[in-house]
Ligand binder design. Structure first.
Ligand code: COI
Length: 356
């Protein structure tokens, strides 16, 4: 793979202290790119200095949203080592997302190699503070300059890197979410299970309304009955009721989260009852009223484990337990992050150290 390194004098200034990183505001010195054309397939994989991209105004991704992305993280461990968490699972999900919106298949192994090269080249951008990491954002866009509706023939695949802290301004403190029963994010048979930007734009108006009402995020319900909980758009969601942990099943409308899968596995390892089943919002409200709703937490690469302290449904706000971080949420957060920073055994082989 061709690598053009940025000149020493043109390196970007480093962001402020790790504690002020926020999420997705700073970008490292380099990026990986490759193109697809019908005659060459995916070709010309390379690493270049981070730069702006130029597009034809008719570029198809900009008109018909033929685009997918993923998000994964590199962590600097207590021993200084750089580790990736379940990167193959993320790239395989990107591959599946691409397929759903007619983007041509790519070689997961080759992209994994390029990704590791990129992270190692910019390793000094991996934050040193625990709780911070280097967020890796692969993105694929349709580039044909064409206004007819059909799959593009040409594509651009690129990866950028962003040093990040907590996704939510609340950090690991409990967030407040609003159940939206008027709009929907995705529908079974649609593209909800693909990590397509189009799913995120569908969630924006609900998010703006939730923010105006004092909530951090939206909890979406299923599209046909507006009854069963689905996901929070930026994370999957889990409910602990009477000792059982429940999350929505993968029926095509929610993202198959990598942190969701890891959470289910950890709960099984710990013999905590966990079910992937449809859960009606009435069941949750009933549990909240009767003090049986013990914990609610979201899972995601960006969100990690994000406890939910309150939720609002049809104008009424309910506390989850005592409104503070639950014991299980804390244990999951502690264990997942300990794995990611290389502080505990990794029996499932989720973590790979890449700087040796
Ligand atoms: C992630 O958790 O990586 C996400 O993609 C959520 C959001 C930042 C889009």
């Amino acid at each position: 793979m061709k690598i053009i390194e940025v000149e020493a004098t043109k390196r970007k200034p480093k962001p402020p202290a790790d504690t002020q990183l926020g999420f997705g505001r700073y970008f490292s010195d380099h990026m990986m790119l490759m193109e697809f054309s019908p005659d060459k397939g995916w070709h010309d994989a390379r690493i270049e200095p981070y730069h702006k991209l130029t597009f034809d105004p008719a570029c198809m991704a900009l008109h018909y949203a033929q685009q997918v992305f993923d998000g994964l993280k590199a962590y600097r461990g207590a021993d200084g080592g750089i580790r990736l968490f379940r990167y193959r699972d993320h790239l395989e999900r990107l591959h599946a997302s691409a397929k759903r919106v007619c983007i041509p298949e790519f070689d997961v192994d080759k992209v994994a190699d390029a990704l590791k090269h990129l992270v190692l080249l910019d390793r000094h951008w991996v934050p040193k503070t625990e709780g911070c990491s280097l967020y890796i954002r692969p993105n694929i866009i349709a580039t044909d300059p064409f206004l007819g509706v059909r799959p593009s023939e040409n594509y651009l695949f690129y990866i950028i890197l962003s040093p990040v802290g907590a996704y939510y301004p609340e950090g690991f403190n409990p967030v407040r979410i609003q159940v939206n029963d008027t709009m929907v994010r995705a529908v079974e048979g649609g593209i909800g299970e693909a990590k397509a930007g189009a799913n995120y734009v569908a969630s924006l108006l609900g998010q703006v309304q939730a923010k105006a009402a004092g909530f951090t995020q939206v909890l979406w319900l299923d599209a046909s009955e507006r009854r069963y909980v689905e996901e929070v758009g930026t994370m999957n969601i889990f409910f602990k009721i009477d000792g059982e942990v429940i999350t929505a099943p993968l029926r095509g409308s929610i993202l198959p989260g990598v942190t969701r899968r890891s959470t289910i596995q950890l709960l099984k390892d710990w013999d905590v009852p966990v079910s992937e089943r449809r859960l009606a919002i009435d069941e949750i409200v009933d549990a909240a009223r009767n003090e049986r709703l013990e914990e609610v937490f979201g899972t995601g690469t960006a969100a990690v484990i994000s406890p939910v302290g309150h939720f609002n449904y049809k104008g009424e706000t309910f506390a989850v337990g005592d409104g503070l971080t639950g014991k299980l949420s804390q244990r999951l957060f502690d264990h997942l992050t300990a794995l990611q920073y290389g502080k505990v055994e990794d029996p499932h082989g989720w973590v790979e150290r890449i700087d040796l």
